[in-house]
Ligand binder design. Structure first.
Ligand SMILES: Cc1ncc(COP(=O)(O)OP(=O)(O)O)c(N)n1
Ligand code: 3NM
Ligand code: MG
Length: 198
C-alpha cells in the first residue's frame, strides 16, 4: 500500500523537523547544490528516516542514491534520459516517475515503476511548467491506465483539495509549497496527516 501523504522538502533540516510528526514518505528534493553537499544531506536524511521508520525518496540524484545505499529515487522525464535503470534495479532501488501526458505515462509504465506521478493537478507556484493544470478527470484516467501501479497526484495541492484528489483515484498526494510556505509548517503538516488519514 502506498502512503497517502507524500511530503517533499528541499533541505534535510526541514525533513528532520517534520518527519517526527508521523510522516512516513518523504522526498528530499535538493536543487543547485554541489555534490558534496547533496551527499551530506542525503546521508543525514537516510539515517534519520531509518530511525523514524520513514521511507526516503531521493529526487534526481540517482547515482548518489545508489552509492549511499538509499532504496528509492524519483526521476522526471529529463532525469530518465540519463538514468541507468539497470544499475538502479541491480542495486535494489525503487523508482517513482513523473508523467504529464499519455506518451510519458506509457514510457514510464514500461519501466515498471513503484509509482507514477501526475502533475500539475492544480496550478503550482513552485516552478514554471509547460503543462497546464491536469484536473481531477485526468487523475481518474491515470488510475485506469496505470492499473496496479500507484498514482501520485502532485501540483497545487492543499488539504481542502484532498477529498477530490483521493475520490478521483489518486493513491497518494504529494506537496511542496503548501507546507514549505506555511507560517507554521509543523501545524500544517499535522493538518495534512489528518486529511490524508480520513
Ligand atoms: C512525486 C513527484 N512528482 C513529480 C516530481 C517532479 O519531478 P521532475 O519533473 O524531475 O522535476 P523536479 O522535481 O526534479 O524539479 C517530483 N519531484 N516528485
Ligand atoms: C515539483 C513538481 N513537479 C510537478 C509535475 O507536474 O511534475 S508539479 C510540481 C510542483 C510541486 O507541487 P506544489 O505545487 O505542491 O509545490
Ligand atoms: Mg527531476
Amino acid at each position: 500500500m502506498m502512503e497517502r501523504f507524500y511530503l517533499i522538502v528541499s533541505h534535510v533540516a526541514r525533513l528532520e523537523l517534520l518527519v517526527p510528526l508521523g510522516v512516513k514518505l518523504v522526498q528530499l528534493r535538493i536543487k543547485d547544490q554541489p555534490d558534496t553537499e547533496i551527499r551530506r544531506q542525503i546521508t543525514r536524511a537516510r539515517d534519520f528516516c531509518a530511525v523514524h521508520g520513514a521511507q526516503l525518496v531521493v529526487n534526481d540524484h540517482w547515482r548518489a542514491a545508489i552509492d549511499l545505499r538509499c532504496r528509492f529515487v524519483h526521476l522526471g522525464q529529463e532525469d530518465m534520459q540519463t538514468a541507468d535503470f539497470v544499475a538502479l534495479r541491480t542495486a535494489g532501488v525503487r523508482v517513482g516517475l513523473s508523467t504529464h501526458d499519455e506518451a510519458e505515462l506509457d514510457r514510464a509504465l514500461s519501466h515498471d515503476p513503484a509509482y507514477v506521478a501526475l502533475g500539475p493537478v492544480y496550478p503550482t507556484l513552485l516552478k514554471k511548467m509547460k503543462w497546464g493544470p491536469q484536473g481531477l478527470e485526468r487523475v481518474a484516467q491515470w488510475k485506469k491506465i496505470a492499473g496496479q501501479t500507484p498514482v501520485v497526484a502532485i501540483g497545487g495541492l492543499t488539504p481542502d483539495r484532498l477529498p477530490g484528489v483521493f475520490a478521483a483515484g489518486a493513491d497518494s498526494a504529494a506537496v511542496v509549497t503548501d507546507i514549505q510556505m506555511a507560517d507554521d509548517p509543523e501545524a500544517r503538516t499535522r493538518t495534512w496527516l489528518t486529511a490524508c488519514a480520513s
